[in-house]
Design a protein around this ligand. Structure first.
Ligand code: SF4
Length: 392
């Protein structure tokens, strides 16, 4: 059995950024309590999976500690989490162990502690190297703090990633280029470059609805996206997922598990795991998370077995947004010859420079990535028309 990945959610932030829809709270007093319940969930869920034989291996080769702001909690808690995982699982000697850090909540001592504890990949939420943009995003750090965090982190870690955001209202490419050039100059092995999304229910989305801000036009956003991809490509970064760019050997192995529909366990409020074709999601509320665990339950908000159609749809969508849709792999999973179904579509996509087709893999180009949803829907319609369920 292939090894599985583990995601741990740390739902605490010093302050909520107005664009963010990840589950987190600002009551930091709950951290010690939360860690105790998190350890209980790791124990209870792991034992329950092993009892039901839902997990066919106990080998783990990636751990991702995300949030929220994991760097906000004392490293002694990270140690507790890792040793609890160690009680139930066999951690591969070459496991990738990532911790997300916020420049407003990181210090040099913590980085040396993380390295000592076995963390070997750090992902830093920089978002921009321009102070005006950081203020707009309501980040608590400045550009100089972000730079200092990167410099400190690289003393202990070679595998470093930063997150950047583009597409802010009124943003010019000259401004994007300042952040982009800074990231390239720092020679970071991995960059995640996301488009600003107006997530429903966030204060930023409300500002948009009230007309307080004017988003950039779609064409502008597409142009920026392609320019960012071109620039990073010319500097040797592989564009291996819609928003992710890596130097050779530095793809994020944990995220690739999601994009290849591999098995992942998840612990913590709002965390989502996928085991044996079952997807579970924990409650997005720390008090309910505590109460459920306290009453001897698992903190599930939902737990559902994916249907054949759902698995197929996810596989097509996630493959296209990342390393490409491999027809041999698809046929082994779903018993369907895609080439016979999509022959014309492939020709069209390749001729329009939206995809390449090599080694039985349909891989989107940057232009294709930008309209990934549209392409996925088109291909799924073709597959649906052939009534894949009956082909099974
Ligand atoms: S620090 Fe990160 S997780 Fe917390 S509110 Fe801001 S963007 Fe969201």
């Amino acid at each position: 059995m292939p090894p599985i990945g583990i995601y741990i959610h740390i739902p605490f932030c010093k302050r909520k950024c107005h664009y963010c829809d990840f589950y987190s709270i600002t009551n930091l007093k709950e951290i010690p309590n939360y860690i105790n319940y998190l350890l209980l969930e790791i124990q209870r869920r792991s034992l329950s999976f092993f009892e039901q034989s839902s997990i066919k291996t106990n080998t783990i080769d990636t751990i991702f500690i995300g949030g929220g702001t994991p760097s906000l909690i004392n490293p002694k808690y990270i140690e507790k989490i890792l040793s609890e995982i160690d009680k139930y699982f066999d951690l591969s000697s070459d496991a990738e162990i990532t911790l997300e850090c916020n420049p407003a909540a990181s210090d040099a001592k913590s980085f040396s502690d993380y390295a000592f504890l076995g963390i070997n990949r750090i992902s830093i939420g920089v978002q921009s190297f321009l102070d005006d943009e950081l203020r707009f995003l309501q980040r608590l750090h400045s550009t100089s703090e972000a730079m200092a965090t990167i410099e400190t982190a690289r003393k202990y870690f070679d595998n470093l990633s930063i997150d950047l955001i583009f597409g802010l209202p009124g943003q010019t490419f000259a401004n994007i280029n300042k952040s982009l050039s800074q990231a390239i100059e720092l020679d970071l092995p991995h960059i995640s470059y996301y488009a600003l999304i107006y997530e429903e229910g966030t204060p930023l989305h409300n500002d948009l609805l009230e007309g307080k801000i004017l988003p950039i036009a779609d064409e502008q956003s597409a142009e920026y996206y392609l320019q960012i991809g071109d620039t990073l490509g010319s500097k040797g970064y592989e564009h291996y997922e819609i928003s992710n760019y890596a130097r050779l050997g530095y793809r994020c192995r944990h995220n690739i598990k999601y994009w290849t529909c591999s098995e992942t366990l998840a612990f913590g409020a709002s965390a989502v795991g996928m085991i044996n074709d079952f997807r579970y999601k924990n409650v997005s509320d720390v008090s309910r998370y505590f109460a459920l665990l306290n009453n001897g339950n698992l903190p599930d908000e939902l737990c559902e077995k994916l249907t054949f159609e759902e698995r197929l749809t996810e596989f097509v969508f996630l493959s296209l947004r990342s390393l490409g849709l491999n027809f041999k792999d698809f046929s082994e999973r779903f018993g369907v010859d895609l080439f016979a179904l999509l022959n014309n579509e492939i020709e069209l996509l390749v001729a329009s420079n939206l995809a390449t087709f090599e080694n039985k893999t349909l891989k989107l180009t940057p232009k294709g990535y930008y309209i990934c949803d549209e392409i996925t829907l088109r291909l799924l319609k073709k597959i649906e028309k052939a009534n894949v369920q009956n082909i099974r």
